[in-house]
Design a binder for this molecule. Sequence first.
Ligand code: NAD
Length: 488
Amino acid sequence: MTDYPDLQLFIDNRWRRTTESLPVLNPATEEEIGRLPVAGQAELEDALDAAERGFRIWSRTAPRIRAQIILKAASLLRERGPMIAPSITMENGKPLGQAAMEVVRGAEFFEWDAGEAQRLYGHVVPSAPGIRYTVLREPAGIVAGFAPWNFPLSQPARKIAGALASGCSIILKAAEETPAGAIHIARAFQDAGLPAGVLNLVFGNPAEISSYLIPQDRIRVVAFTGSTAVGIHLTEMAARAMTPVLMELGGHAPVIVCDDVDPVVAGRMSAARKARNSGQVCTSPTRFFVMEKNFDAFAKAFAERAAAVRMGNGLDPSTEMGPVANHRRIAALDALVEDAIAKGARVLAGGARPNGPGYFFPVTVLADVPGDARVMREEPFGPLAILNPVRDIDEAITCANALPFGLAAYGFTHSAANVDRLTAGIEAGNLSINTLEASVAEVPFGGVKFSGHGREGGAEGLHHYTVVKTISHKMELDPEPTVSGAKP
Ligand code: NAD
């Protein structure tokens, strides 16, 4: 049964409505599918009080017990996947199969971090006899988390998993356009027996919520995924409160296609991946730098596969790509394509939008895009690909590093020497070879440069939610103390 949930805030283990509400639209039809309550200061203050109480309980709960509750919630999400997936499709537009995979991915984030919760080891530092230095990792406190609309369930899952596994409590503001994913997570945790106040979910005006929560001295970590511009703004606010941030921001992923791979296979793979989530992925492959020998064959295969992508309502099982998530993406994509064409780019596929309701934008392939086109610098965050020829791997690496972003980068090659050069030369947090997957639960994920800092996932993922405490323990008191501490 399709269950678009009753949209409410979740504070102190209670579901709450408020008098003000926002519409939630289906991007495939532009119809209203729900109304979302807006949190005001009273609700945010209640969430802070609840999170403070929750932290006191949860930070002192044995990691093994924390892991059991997180694993229980993950298993409920897996069990409920067939019921959750349609609600994600309805609010975000992505095809049902991708929505179902997103639920599994969200569960994987929880499962991995539940394991890591039990391995947040400290260490003992060898030193002189009679003194012992112990270094501990303790939960940092209350987290203010902000999750975007492109992955309505797995993005909130990453933030909640990291915080809860570390022993923190969290106030999460999930995206107003796509609230159902986070609401399903909160339901699963409520049913799994999470103590009250450990997880609180709010929605409303993003700027009002962040500017209220981030300066609070009770907030000890700010974790945000979204655009670089907003990330910088939140980081500035957090800096004034001296609060550490975890920032997962924009990308503009380069793909280097070397001349030792099959260009047709690489082209088809790349086009299919570009269509995933309608290109609204921070790791979406976007700037393809293809060695001249392979360029024509790669571009032809890419364009043919792109043109064949079946676009439609994600609830239709034959759909490969749904609409983009909101009207802002349509306006942004139109402007980037128009600008690139005016500056001399060739359109190999897509470009024109279909008529009718829904925010549909076809996979659009631009070739020979000049360096001064806006799309060469601005993340399209949509199904838009740039294919440019390069002479050799050095030119490709220079082009790849030319932007201030450094999140995901990709290479197609079978040569160990090429892999070595890419590994040494590419400025990015994640480099994938012969695969366009960049982020799985078991390895750290995050950016360099303006793509942010901090890592989610892997063994490193929980570090940002902890503080290091060093214990210096001398076994005996000093009977003859000197002012300098030195022995006479
Ligand atoms: P935007 O910059 O207005 O918002 C990006 C995200 O930040 C949204 O989820 C929004 O709710 C949130 N946000 C905005 N202002 C905020 C504030 N003052 N305080 C707290 N949260 C705030 O842009 P948009 O139109 O929603 O998204 C488009 C751009 O965002 C894309 O170009 C892309 O770069 C970026 N984005 C990145 C990711 C990612 O996974 N890194 C996800 C979604 C969007």
